[in-house]
Design a protein around this ligand. Structure first.
Ligand code: DGL
Length: 267
C-alpha cells in the first residue's frame, strides 16, 4: 500500500476533466493537482516554453512526494513528455494523455480511418500520427480547432453558437470519412454531447479522460503503487494565478465547485 499522492498537471483547469476521471476510477488515491493558470493557454505556446513550465511544475510535485505524475494536458504531453520522463527518472512514474488513447485506437479501430481535433500545439506536433505509425497505423486525419477551448471556458457549450463553431470545424475536409474522432484536448469532454449529436452515431467520439484514468490505474497496480487503504488527507488543487473566475469554472470541469489554492511558483 502506497498512500503518496498522484500529481496531475495541466495548463489550467481543463485538466480537471482528467482529475475527475482519475478520482472516480481510483477513489482511495489522493490527488495533487497543479493548474498553470499564469501561463494558460499552452496550446499556442512554443515547445521550449512548455518544457520549461513542465519541469518546474514537476519539481513541485516531486517535492510534495508524488508517486506518479500525470501530464493531464494534450499540449504539454505533446511538447514535454519525453523530457519530463527523462528528468523525473526513477523518482516517480510519468504518464501522458496521448499514449493510452493511441493504444486504444490502434486496437479498437484497426483498419478504420481516425480523426483528431486539438490545439495547434498538439496537432502541429504530429505526435498522435507518429505514435500511431509506431503501432503500424498510418493516415491519421487531424485538424487544429483553437477556438474550442476558449469557447468552452467562456461557457459556450450546448448553445447555438457552440453548435455552429463545432459544425464548421467538423465539416472541414480534413476530417472527412472518419470512423472515430479523438478528442485531443482536456476541454472537449464538455462538448462531447454536441459532437455526438453532430455525427448522429456515425462516428465514435473518444473521450480520452476515461481511457487515461484506466491506464493509470492498471500501471499503478502493476507497480504495486496503489493505495489499498482509505485516502489519507485530502486532494489539493493548486493554481499559479488565482482568480474567482477560475474557481467558478472548476464546477464545469470537475462537476463540483473546488477551492483553488494559489501557489507562488513563478517569479
Ligand atoms: N489543456 C490544453 C490541452 O489539452 C488546452 C488548453 C490550453 O491550450 O492550454 O491541450
Amino acid at each position: 500500500m502506497d498512500p503518496r499522492p498522484i500529481g496531475i498537471f495541466d495548463s489550467g483547469i481543463g485538466g480537471l476533466t482528467v482529475a475527475k476521471a482519475v478520482g472516480e476510477r481510483l477513489p482511495n488515491e489522493r490527488i495533487m493537482y497543479f493548474g498553470d493558470t499564469a501561463h494558460l493557454p499552452y496550446g499556442d505556446k512554443s515547445q521550449t516554453a512548455i518544457q520549461a513550465y513542465s519541469i518546474k511544475i514537476c519539481n513541485l510535485l516531486l517535492e510534495r512526494n508524488c508517486k506518479a505524475i500525470l501530464i493531464a494536458c494534450n499540449s504539454a504531453s505533446a511538447a514535454a513528455f519525453d523530457l519530463v520522463k527523462e528528468y523525473v527518472g526513477s523518482r516517480a512514474l510519468v504518464f501522458n494523455v496521448i499514449d493510452p488513447v493511441v493504444q486504444f485506437v490502434a486496437q479498437e479501430f484497426n483498419g478504420y480511418s481516425i480523426g483528431l481535433i486539438g490545439t495547434k500545439q498538439t496537432v502541429n506536433s504530429g505526435i498522435y500520427s507518429s505514435r500511431l505509425e509506431a503501432l503500424g497505423k498510418s493516415g491519421l486525419k487531424s485538424l487544429a480547432t483553437p477556438l474550442l477551448a476558449p469557447m468552452i471556458e467562456e461557457g459556450f457549450f450546448n448553445s447555438r453558437i457552440s453548435e455552429e463553431i463545432i459544425s464548421e470545424y467538423l465539416s472541414h475536409k480534413s476530417l472527412e470519412e472518419i470512423a472515430a474522432l479523438i478528442l485531443g484536448c482536456t476541454h472537449y469532454p464538455l462538448i462531447k454531447k454536441q459532437i455526438d449529436a453532430y455525427y448522429a452515431g456515425k462516428v465514435e467520439v473518444i473521450d480520452s479522460s476515461l481511457i487515461v484514468a484506466d491506464a493509470l490505474a492498471k500501471s499503478l497496480e502493476e507497480n504495486s503503487l496503489l493505495n489499498t487503504g482509505k485516502m489519507q488527507g485530502r486532494h489539493h488543487f493548486f493554481v499559479s494565478d488565482y482568480t474567482e473566475s477560475f474557481e467558478h469554472s472548476t464546477k464545469l470541469f470537475f462537476g463540483e465547485a473546488l477551492n483553488l489554492e494559489y501557489y507562488h511558483l513563478w517569479e
